[in-house]
Design a protein around this ligand. Structure first.
Ligand SMILES: O=c1[nH]cnc2c1ncn2[C@H]1C[C@H](O)[C@@H](CO)O1
Ligand SMILES: [Zn+2]
Length: 362
């Protein structure tokens, strides 16, 4: 059997990230700087101590408790300067990890408590991504598209959907809803999703993470989601017999047949209790059954992760090789919210040559 990809090799290949929260990936040292400037009290003022605090507090076993940690990132992301800095550093960190295309999401409504308007929040983040994407020669090292998230327990989704459409030609590529899932079904925001469909706009929905099949069913069949954020609970609609044969229910079959992308976030799911461990994560079964699986970070700070680390942990748990990692990457690029010709160019000109050079060195 050929040698498995090593962490360094994984870092070197071109990767694609579709599900990453801006406020879940702030550098600990930056949080400390900003908290000092804005008088925000933190659980630790030492960068390593703060990093461990986030990791441990996020090992909560429930999505609701996991989400409480965001008070310490969102709390320091309330000015234009802070947002530009956090977004620029996010683009740099992703590019350093070898990510060539990323869709990064955040909820503009969470960043207005110091008086910024929703438009000012969006413009600050776009400026940060522009600055952080440029290499030393000025040429972009990474392409970052933004998804605007509405919080599912609030009632501002229509406003945020309109914001996403307003900024669609200058870097915002789609819309999402996030936050506690139980008790806040996607259909609560049906007017926003119907508006986006009339506008020919793209959106994903966090569904099937902390709640089961009804959430996934609503996201797809009522709301018209292009992709599913997490979607792990789709396995509740798949019966696997003792000999390994899988029988798909109607919803699981629909998701697979329609090639609906699943934005899987293994490390995050273990922390929130959506999966017991990486080795038992539904991604193993779903990959085997050829669902359109993609691999994502969700919150790099809370999970102390990166796309490369997620891949490395899957290599460890499932013995994945280069073909699997390329398959996840091409799946993600195919599922991105940028135009088809641009996705194809990244697949043919960047991703495939990058993997070919690594898997079959000259
Ligand atoms: O995995 C998640 N599920 C639901 N909501 C989430 C997850 N990760 C982050 N969020 C929330 C907390 C953030 O403040 C918000 C916008 O990024 O989205
Ligand atoms: Zn998420």
């Amino acid at each position: 059997m050929s040698r498995l990809p090593t962490p360094e090799e994984i870092r070197a290949v071109p990767k694609v990230l579709l599900h990453d929260h801006l406020d879940g990936g702030v550098r600990p040292a930056t949080i400390i700087d900003l908290a000092r400037d804005y008088g925000h009290t933190l659980p630790s003022t030492d960068a390593d101590g703060l990093a461990s605090w986030f990791r441990e507090a996020s090992n909560a076993g429930s999505l609701e408790r996991y989400l409480e940690t965001f008070a310490h990132t969102v709390g320091v992301m309330q000015t234009r300067e802070a947002l530009v800095r956090v977004a620029a550093e996010c683009a740099e960190d992703l590019a350093d990890d070898g990510v060539v295309y990323a869709e990064v999401r955040y909820a503009p409504e969470l960043h207005t408590s110091n008086g910024l308007s929703l438009d000012q929040v969006v413009e600050a983040v776009l400026e940060g991504f522009r600055l952080g994407s440029a290499g030393p020669d000025g040429r972009p090292r990474i392409r970052v598209g933004t998804l605007l998230t509405a919080m599912r327990h609030q009632a501002r989704s229509m406003e945020i959907a309109e914001l996403a459409v307003r900024y669609r030609d200058v870097g915002v590529v789609g819309f999402d809803i996030a936050g506690a899932e139980a008790g806040y079904p996607p259909t609560r925001h049906l007017d926003a999703f119907e508006y986006l469909q009339r506008e020919n706009a793209h959106f994903t929905i966090h569904a099937g993470e902390a709640f089961g099949l009804p959430s996934i069913w609503q996201a797809i069949q009522w709301c018209g989601a292009d992709r599913l954020g997490h979607g792990v609970r789709i396995i509740d609609d798949i019966a696997v017999s003792a000999d390994g044969e899988a029988k798909l229910g109607r919803l699981a079959a629909y998701v697979r047949d329609k090639r609906i992308p699943l934005e899987m976030c293994p490390a995050s799911n273990v922390q929130t209790g959506a999966a017991a461990s990486i080795a038992e994560h539904p991604i193993g079964l779903l990959r085997r059954l050829h669902f359109r699986v993609t691999v994502n970070t969700d919150n790099r700070l809370m999970s102390d992760t990166s796309v490369s680390r997620e891949f490395a942990s899957l290599v460890d748990a499932f013995g994945y090789g280069w073909d699997d990692l390329q398959w996840f990457t091409v799946n993600a690029m195919k599922s991105a919210f940028i135009p088809f010709d641009e996705r194809l160019a990244l697949i043919n000109d960047v991703i495939k040559p990058g993997f070919a050079a690594m898997a079959r060195p000259a």
